[in-house]
Design a protein around this ligand. Sequence first.
Ligand code: AMP
Length: 214
Amino acid sequence: MNLILLGPPGAGKGTQARRLEDTRGLVQLSTGDMLRAMVAEGGPLGQQAKEIMAAGKLMPDELMVEIIGERISKPDVANGFILDGFPRTVAQAESLDAMLADKGLKLHHVIEMRVVDEVLVERVTGRYTCAKCGKGYHDLFEKPKVEGVCDSCGGTEFKRRADDNAETVTTRLSQYHQQTAPILPYYQDHGVLKAVDGMADIDEVTRQIEAILA
Ligand code: AMP
């Protein structure tokens, strides 16, 4: 099964994608994670990505299509994938359709995760992850049981994304409304769009997604 999780920053796409990886054996394809890996590697493209991400702007469509095209050609994707953070523009959605058609692949569901903007700023600015295992936490809503120690792996180092600050989040949200939201009618017209209540608690959102996939 091939899915897209679509929603603004902080909607919970990454959290739900990781759950679907565990429960359904799908591969999470996060373009944000791919770009952060490029930034960590350094090099001119990494530097460009670093600057654009820090500003909360979008990377050029052609580059993103190339990155995802390469990733989608790897054999592990054949068992099914969850796109998280791609497509982000109608042009990317159109290129994705062409790419999938070319490979004989089909998009089964596009799931919109609906959350109002006011909640997103608070969610995004408070979130952080365990540096060792990647488990997600939040300053207000989900602290480790023992302060400074990861519940899952016992790790004691945590990290925050450089772009998860109030100023950048505001730009990322406006980019979402201007550039990404127009994808919704595109997929509506293709008959694959479904929505879940991203304001519900994490387990309830998972239940709503599972009901769509059932
Ligand atoms: P994310 O981890 O999905 O929130 O993405 C973090 C940042 O990476 C975004 O704010 C963009 O700057 C960049 N990015 C990720 N995916 C894309 C994409 N599909 N198109 C353009 N820029 C992207």
